[in-house]
Design a protein around this ligand. Structure first.
Ligand SMILES: *Cc1c(COP(=O)(O)O)cnc(C)c1O
Length: 452
């Protein structure tokens, strides 16, 4: 038997795999990197090269790879119960996790519905909201309001309420049609305008849309504070505050999709906290298990729960399920992740780390092709453009962002662009030295790729 190496594994991979979100032909030029193991922020390939995981393996990892506490918890669970049907049965990890999530999330979210990935959680929230209004005698509420440039997943319902053209356009004939409202995205603010003023000003369109359409609308769905897949565009919490008030006034639900921003990414445990609001539905996944296993939850209110609670024959029940609903291994990873939040001042340390990321990238803003460096908590994004004064993007076919990330990979830093936006969303166990290394690799790449 020959020893495993990068080239051999990549070749085998390319004979049988079809990778997510990938034009497979790109791999003719740049094969996938086979990873042998991970520890903390570091990943190691089969040729012994190491990569700093600056994007938390697609935003899921919180406390590093192979964390001893999470490893131990999952191993313990594995020895007692790997999985059991959650309809008609229950198990201790699901019960304890639900209790702890109810205690940690905004007050009034008292019910936990499990799913097994982020898109499914979004589907659950959409269906539950629609079904609530139906059970309450308002079957005309059938539509959803969404923000421009939003992203809520890839299944057809979730894709429909998203707005990133790259993922959505092809499938448009298959999708339900939401009402799309301008985003509070502060990249679009007028020169000299504050984030708060811009986000407040942009709310007018939402208010108008709610006033006009509330009768036919079930819910507004938003990603609180950061539109992550939508190029890490950010906005001010005042928008969420205004939105909560308006939804109440117009009798429309508010769905907060914190699948990406939940669990501390924006500086608070949940982004909604910064606006002091409680959504009617809170979708969580990604960091929920610390990046270990697919699991998702939708938290909702007693008010919503009560609208479904009735004799079976009224046919009001929420008859939705996924096979791996509430998987015990996932729940045990989630509980261990919550332990790590409780064991030290994670958010306090993240404030330091976030400021350090800002210090290490302060000079990026002076680069002639960097239009903006923006940060929200532990997410920092750098927007590359062709013409800085006019904010004219590079022709997308040039794939500048991808080229930058290629250079970073050569320097041992795993980055993945969103178009021409380079961003950092590292695990919370990163050190200041590692932040310096990570940002330096991106800086070298930007200088080499954006030098004309
Ligand atoms: C990733 C993401 C989803 C989809 O989650 P999956 O587990 O990938 O299906 C939904 N909403 C937001 C905001 C996300 O970032």
């Amino acid at each position: 038997m020959t020893a495993l190496d990068n080239a051999g594994l990549a070749a085998r991979d390319l004979r049988v795999l079809w990778h997510p979100c990938t034009q497979m032909k790109d791999h003719e030029e740049l094969p996938p990197v086979p990873i042998r193991r991970g520890r903390g922020v570091w990943l190691e390939d089969y040729d012994g090269r190491r990569y700093l995981d600056a994007i938390s393996s697609w935003w899921v990892n919180l406390f590093g790879h192979a964390h001893p506490h999470i490893n131990a918890a999952v191993t313990r669970q594995l020895e007692t119960l790997e999985h059991v049907i959650l309809a008609g049965f229950t198990h201790e990890p699901a019960v304890t996790l639900a209790e702890r999530l109810v205690a940690l999330t905004p007050e009034g979210l008292t019910r936990v519905f499990f799913a097994d990935n982020g898109s499914s959680a979004v589907e659950v929230a959409l269906k539950m909201s629609f079904h609530y209004w139906r059970n309450r005698g308002q079957p005309d509420k059938t539509r959803f309001i969404t923000l421009e440039n939003s992203y809520h997943g890839e299944t057809l319902g979730a894709l429909a309420v998203g707005d990133v053209a790259l993922y959505k356009e092809t499938y448009r004939p298959l999708l339900m049609q939401p009402i799309t409202v301008p985003s509070p995205d502060c990249y679009l603010r007028a020169p000299g305008e504050s984030w708060e003023d811009h986000s407040r000003r942009r709310f007018a369109a939402m208010e108008e849309t709610l006033a006009r359409h509330a009768r036919e609308v079930c819910a507004v769905i938003v990603e609180p504070l950061v539109q992550c897949a939508g190029y890490m565009r950010m906005y001010h919490p005042v928008y969420l505050e205004l939105l909560r008030q308006a939804c109440d006034r117009h009798g429309v639900h508010l769905i907060a999709d914190e699948i990406a921003v939940g669990f501390g990414r924006t500086g608070t445990l949940f982004a909604c906290e910064q606006a002091g609001i409680r959504p009617d539905f809170l979708c969580l996944s990604k960091g929920l298990t610390g990046g270990y296993l697919p699991l998702a939850v939708v938290l909702t209110t007693n008010e919503v729960y009560e609208a479904f609670y009735d004799d079976y024959a009224t046919l009001r029940a929420f008859l939705h399920s996924h096979s791996y609903t509430g998987n015990p291994l996932g729940c045990s990873a989630a509980l261990a992740t919550l332990d790590l939040f409780a064991a030290s001042d994670v958010l306090g340390r993240n404030r330091e780390l976030g400021r350090h990321m800002e210090r290490c990238t302060a000079h990026f803003a002076e680069h002639p092709h960097v239009a903006e460096v923006r940060r929200q908590g532990m997410i920092l994004a750098v927007e590359l453009v062709q013409d800085k004064a006019a904010r004219q993007p590079y022709p997308w076919q040039e794939r500048r962002g991808r080229q930058v990330c290629r250079y970073a990979m050569e320097q041992g830093v795993l980055l993945r662009p969103l178009g021409d936006v380079i961003y950092f969303m590292p695990p919370y166990v990163i050190t200041e030295d590692e932040i310096a290394l990570m940002t330096e690799a991106a800086w070298t790449g930007i200088q080499r790729v954006c030098n004309d």
